[in-house]
Design a protein around this ligand. Structure first.
Ligand code: BEZ
Length: 211
C-alpha cells in the first residue's frame, strides 16, 4: 500500500547539494515540498527547477522548505545546477537530494515501473508542519508541473489549517472561501465577522479571513 493523505511523511537521511540532511530535522516547523523528477540534464526538469528557484521568495513567505529529488549523484547535480542557473536566470538555493540508491524514491513510491523502470516520475508531496502528507500529485515525465498551482494549493491548505475554511473550485487568492461543514452556522457567524453568504445550509461562503 502506498502513502496516503494524512500519513506521516517517511523520514530519511540523504546527501544533498546543501549538505547532509535528516529530512524531518531539516523541515523543522516549516511546511515542506518534496518533488522528484526523472533525471539531471533533461529539458523539462531544468525548467521546473528553474521555476522553483525563481519562486523562492513565494515559498519563503509561506514558511515552506522545498527539496528536489533526483536519482543522479551529487557531482552531476552540482554541474546541472550551473546550467539551470544560467538558462533559467535564477539561483537554485534549495537542496537537491542525490538519491543514487533510490531510497527516497522507494519510500515515496516515485518509481512507477510501467512508466520507467529506472527513473522517478514527477511526484510532488506537500507536507504540513506536523509532518503529515497534505497533498500529492504525480505527473508524467513529459509534462512540467505548474508551480503557481503548487503555491495556490499551499495557500488553500494553510487557510484550512489556520481558519477552518475550504476553497472552492478554481479559487484564487483574495476570492471568497467556504466554511467547512464541521463549523455550525451559529459558530460561523462569530468566527467570520466579515459575514456569511449562505447559498444553501451546506454551502456557505465568507470573505478570505486573512485579507
Ligand atoms: C525532461 O525532463 O525533459 C524529460 C525527461 C524524461 C522524458 C521526457 C522529458
Amino acid at each position: 500500500m502506498g502513502l496516503r493523505l494524512g500519513d506521516i511523511a517517511p523520514n530519511f537521511k540523504a546527501k544533498t547539494t546543501a549538505g547532509d540532511i535528516d529530512f524531518h530535522e531539516y523541515l523543522g516547523t516549516s511546511w515542506g515540498v518534496l518533488f522528484s523528477h526523472p533525471a539531471d540534464f533533461t529539458p523539462v526538469c531544468t525548467t521546473e527547477l528553474g521555476r522553483t528557484a525563481q519562486l523562492e521568495e513565494e515559498f519563503k513567505k509561506r514558511n515552506v522548505k522545498v527539496l528536489a529529488v533526483s536519482v543522479d549523484g551529487l557531482d552531476k547535480h552540482q554541474s546541472w545546477v550551473k546550467d539551470i542557473n544560467e538558462t533559467q536566470h535564477c539561483t537554485v538555493g534549495f537542496p537537491i537530494i542525490a538519491d543514487e540508491n533510490r531510497e527516497v524514491a522507494g519510500l515515496y513510491d516515485m518509481i512507477h515501473p510501467n512508466a520507467s523502470a529506472t527513473f522517478t516520475v514527477r511526484s510532488l508531496f506537500i507536507i504540513g508542519p506536523d509532518k503529515t502528507i497534505k497533498l500529492f500529485i504525480t505527473y508524467p515525465a513529459s509534462t512540467g508541473r505548474n508551480f503557481f498551482e503548487v503555491l495556490r494549493v499551499i495557500d488553500s491548505l494553510q487557510l484550512t489549517a489556520n481558519y477552518s475554511v475550504a476553497t472552492p473550485a478554481d479559487w484564487k487568492e483574495g476570492e471568497d472561501v467556504i466554511v467547512v461543514p464541521a463549523v455550525s452556522t451559529e459558530d460561523a457567524k462569530i468566527k467570520f465577522p466579515k459575514g456569511l453568504n449562505i447559498v444553501k445550509p451546506y454551502l456557505r461562503y465568507t470573505p478570505q479571513p486573512n485579507k
